[in-house]
Design a protein around this ligand. Structure first.
Ligand SMILES: NC(=O)C1=CN([C@@H]2O[C@H](COP(=O)(O)OP(=O)(O)OC[C@H]3O[C@@H](n4cnc5c(N)ncnc54)[C@H](OP(=O)(O)O)[C@@H]3O)[C@@H](O)[C@H]2O)[C@H](O)CC1
Ligand SMILES: [K+]
Length: 497
């Protein structure tokens, strides 16, 4: 997994890299600027583009000056630089790059006040005003300048971080940020890039290697990690010769009510397609015909007969919740499951809402269980939150105190582990924003647990594979039932590469 660093850790890595690689900070700035220019020219190869580079007077601004010089050398000759000099302070590396640019052919203008900016002829603006040095919300002249640039409605490419955007910590949609079409960020994505608040400020992100000491970065402690494909390939076990259905476990999916049988069908079918040796669905009698017709591979027990028909030790994994509703019978079934199945349970949807309404059930959730809420279910369980950052803090805390893995669904789904980490899943697409997706995910995770994966590995694999199957085909929308059909091939692709 890739660890995600805080702004302070980036600064520390910066200094450490200079010492260990015998570089000056000016040389590191040059490397970072070269990496930026390489990525920029791949995205915007047209040399006739009119570009304005807006620079602050710190190191982000220093990068901006070096980038302007390098772009000019690359043939981007319709280029000018605007320096926002709203204070007397400037960094040494900014000053050094200013000397270089002043001896070039690039026009440089200094703005002492935001009001001095009247027309902007450029089609594209490079934002090098402030990066990771942001230490307060934008105010005064800088805020006015950013608001003015936002109104120009030009294409904006940010250096490292958009001006006004926090690397970490709670953000508000009302914060002033220079809205970026593209952020070319250094070495690592920043934590807040993965939270929904970023959607209003950032359209696309590219991360470039600027030559920082990776060995050192990997030794740094952080709660935040990005899951990579390697994590999936290294976890997925091949299906060996001479194995049989008994090798891959028996999963029980407790789901559905007469009017919400679809949830049970999706969950059970996803469980089967993820590779559980056997899948049994515990459903109401009214759903039996649908189950037998739609997924003949899945066996059934009737939820009204559970007391006679259920032998817990038959099942290596249990998933409960999709479509069960909130009736007293569902509450009784959930209570029975949590009390009697003494292994981790995958808890989703209505089961989570029932726990939200009957908080005493929290005490009987088996150790190691998996909770898979979407944002509303998360808030019903753990209280209202005003920002996604606050949910991250709560998720990390609750996973540790409850001894459970919590998966909070999102564009970048977050997985809070029992040892206090927050893992971001990179796969998935807005095409997956449709009903039934959560039911499918419950089936997938339950299936991986039935096959012998630890609950935490099952969640990591489940989130990644679910998202990867949803991305395939690049479709406008992916109905949950068609995602299920893609699961066997998606899993095979991920363990063979
Ligand atoms: N390892 C790396 O990733 C590298 C990053 N580089 C680049 O360096 C910047 C970070 O540079 P830094 O000089 O630390 O800070 P900034 O340029 O982002 O900010 C400059 C100063 O701006 C002031 N500040 C902060 N918040 C505000 C605000 N709200 N309004 C006005 N001014 C603000 C603050 O100074 P003070 O006056 O408050 O003391 C900042 O110090 C990083 O993003 C990369 O682009 C290196 O080039 C290569 C290695
Ligand atoms: K910036």
């Amino acid at each position: 997994m890739e660890n995600i660093l805080s702004a302070a850790q980036m600064r520390d890595t910066d200094a450490h890299t200079c010492t260990t690689f015998n570089l000056s900070s000016l040389q590191l700035m040059e490397q970072a600027s070269q990496s930026f220019v390489k990525a920029f020219s791949r995205t915007y190869p047209e040399r006739y583009l009119k570009i304005a580079v807006y620079c602050g007077t710190g190191n982000n601004g220093g990068d901006g000056l070096a980038i302007a010089r390098l772009l000019y050398q690359e043939g981007y000759n319709h280029l000018d630089v605007k320096i926002a000099r709203f204070s007397d302070k400037s960094s040494d590396d900014f000053d050094a790059n200013l000397v270089d640019i002043e001896s070039s052919h690039i026009p440089v203008a200094e703005l002492k006040h935001a009001a001095e900016l009247d027309v902007e002829e450029a089609e594209l603006i490079i934002d090098a005003l402030i990066g990771s040095g942001l230490n307060k919300p934008l105010e005064g002249e800088l805020r006015m300048l950013v608001e003015k640039i936002n109104k120009l409605d030009k294409v904006v490419v940010a250096v490292d971080i958009p001006t006004g955007f926090k690397s970490e910590g709670a953000m508000k949609l009302s914060d002033t940020v220079l809205v970026a079409d593209l952020v070319i960020s250094f070495q690592r994505a920043k934590v807040n890039f993965f939270l929904p608040e970023s959607a209003g400020f950032i359209r696309e992100i590219k991360v470039v290697d600027i030559g920082l000491n990776e060995h050192y970065i990997q030794s740094l402690q952080t709660p935040y990690y990005l899951i990579t494909q390697k994590d999936i390939t290294s976890r997925l076990k091949r299906r060996a010769k001479f194995t049989h259905k008994g090798t891959y476990g028996h999963a029980l999916i407790i789901a559905g009510a007469p009017k919400t049988m679809g949830a049970a069908l999706l969950s059970a079918e996803a469980c089967m397609c993820t590779g559980a040796g056997l899948t049994t669905a515990c459903v109401p009698e009214e759903g039996l015909t649908a189950l037998n017709t739609r997924v003949p591979e899945v066996m059934a027990i009737l939820n009204e007969n559970v007391n006679e028909d259920l032998t817990w030790k038959t099942y290596q994994a249990v998933g409960i919740g999709p479509g069960i509703g909130s009736s007293p019978e569902s509450l009784a079934l959930l209570t029975k499951t949590l009390k009697e199945y003494n292994k981790p349970v995958v808890i989703d949807a209505d089961a989570l809402n029932l726990i939200g309404q009957h908080h005493e059930l929290m005490q009987i959730i088996p150790e190691g269980s998996v909770l898979t809420p979407h944002v509303k279910e998360f808030d019903r369980l753990f209280g209202e939150h005003v920002s996604w950052w606050d949910r991250v803090v709560t998720g990390i805390d609750r996973a540790k105190t409850m001894g459970c893995t919590i998966l909070l669904k999102n564009q970048y789904t977050m997985i809070f582990t029992r040892d206090g980490k927050c893992l971001f899943n990179p796969t998935g697409s807005p095409a997956m924003a449709s009903g039934g997706m959560g039911d499918v995910l419950t089936g997938i995770i339950t299936s991986f647990i039935a096959q012998g994966y630890s609950p935490e590995d099952a969640v990591i694999l489940g989130a990644y594979i679910h998202g990867a199957a949803g991305e395939e085909g690049n479709d406008y929308v992916v109905p949950a039932s068609s995602l299920i059909k893609r699961l066997p091939a998606t899993i095979a692709t991920n363990y063979s590469t």
